[in-house]
Ligand binder design. Sequence first.
Ligand SMILES: C[S@@+](CC[C@H](N)C(=O)[O-])C[C@H]1O[C@@H](n2cnc3c(N)ncnc32)[C@H](O)[C@@H]1O
Length: 258
Amino acid sequence: MTEDATIARRTGVSTSPRTAAMWAAVDEVVRARSAELERPLRVIDLGGGTGGLAVPLAVAGHDVTVVDPSPDALASLRRRAAEAQASSRVSAVQGDADTLESLVGRDRPDLVLCHGTLEYVDDPQATLAQIAGVLAPGGILSLVVPQRSAAVIARALAGQFVQALAALDRPDGRWGDADPVPRRFDRAGVVGLIEASGLTITGAHGIRIFSDLVPSALVDSDADRAALLDLERAVAAHPEFAVLADLGTSLHVIASRP
Ligand SMILES: C[S@@+](CC[C@H](N)C(=O)[O-])C[C@H]1O[C@@H](n2cnc3c(N)ncnc32)[C@H](O)[C@@H]1O
């Protein structure tokens, strides 16, 4: 069995239409950086939660520290790491964006993941500055944030036109006070935040472009799921179609520290 197949079997991250395009992009930069440095990477997963990404990276041989304020999430992370036989390469640390600097000693991270977390922090610009500050020279940021444009379209297609208008107009991009997502981002805003932190953007693509828009009743066979997976991967590999990227529930940006 190939290494890819092993990771897929043990974690599912590369075979779910919701995570496959994200994993493909992370896997590519991780392999390239690890080859450059000729060693496994030191990874911090800020807001890594239950380890959906941390554990596959540990299975691939990298050393991952998950920093998350939730003790419940960290307990699930430890269980998931144990099930994947990767506990020795996963550390669970209770903390948040503000504790990053105090966590990092001389061994600066080669990669910081910030997936589905920037919308929760008090000050996204300050968090990105902290990340840029702790990254090793040449280190990589992988950032995933929820997109306003996708929420507007999803609410409109669900017939929730008032909510769609709210998501369009509100500065925080939420469709209402009951929206579980605390903040959404526009592509230009994310680019501005990253550049202001001193990092250089090397790639950006939309994720969950079709898998969140298509009714699940239309994806009821393994062949449908496989075709949807291929479509998500293919669209993500064509960043020139920016209009399609804007339809993604989330925007995935890769940036590096000069
Ligand atoms: C939507 S989950 C994302 C989990 C995971 N990164 C993923 O992509 O599936 C958001 C995570 O951010 C964590 N979180 C909330 N506020 C945070 C903060 N200020 N600093 C770091 N993590 C935070 C939560 O505990 C939760 O695990």
